[in-house]
Design a protein around this ligand. Structure first.
Ligand SMILES: N[C@@H](CCC(=O)N[C@@H](CS)C(=O)NCC(=O)O)C(=O)O
Length: 86
């Protein structure tokens, strides 16, 4: 059970991607929960990622802050963001 659920972020991922596993493990260790969108399970999620982020690479964190949307790629950068968001 996550100790903190972040409503303003969503993780685009797929189950077997090692970089996604790294991010999901870091989330678990930090006690952070969020909506996770599996791009292999849902074509609409993949389309959202390509349209919004610009490429189909995962993991990618969609961040909504002050009505602005940012798409953050790179597992290490995502974990760094989550550390300061905690
Ligand atoms: N350096 C990236 C690597 C991410 C990566 O290679 N993800 C693969 C899946 S395991 C991917 O999305 N490949 C498809 C693509 O890059 O278009 C990270 O650490 O997040």
């Amino acid at each position: 059970m996550p100790s903190r659920y972040l409503n303003n972020v969503q993780l685009y991922h797929f189950t077997t991607c090692p970089y996604c596993i790294k991010v999901r493990l870091a989330m678990k260790i930090m006690g952070i929960g969020m909506e996770c969108k599996n791009i292999h399970a849902n074509a609409e999620y993949r389309a959202q990622l390509i349209t919004g982020g610009g490429k189909p690479q995962v993991p990618c964190l969609r961040i909504v802050h002050n009505d602005a949307v940012r798409w953050l790629y790179e597992s290490s950068d995502i974990i760094q963001y989550l550390k300061q968001a905690k």
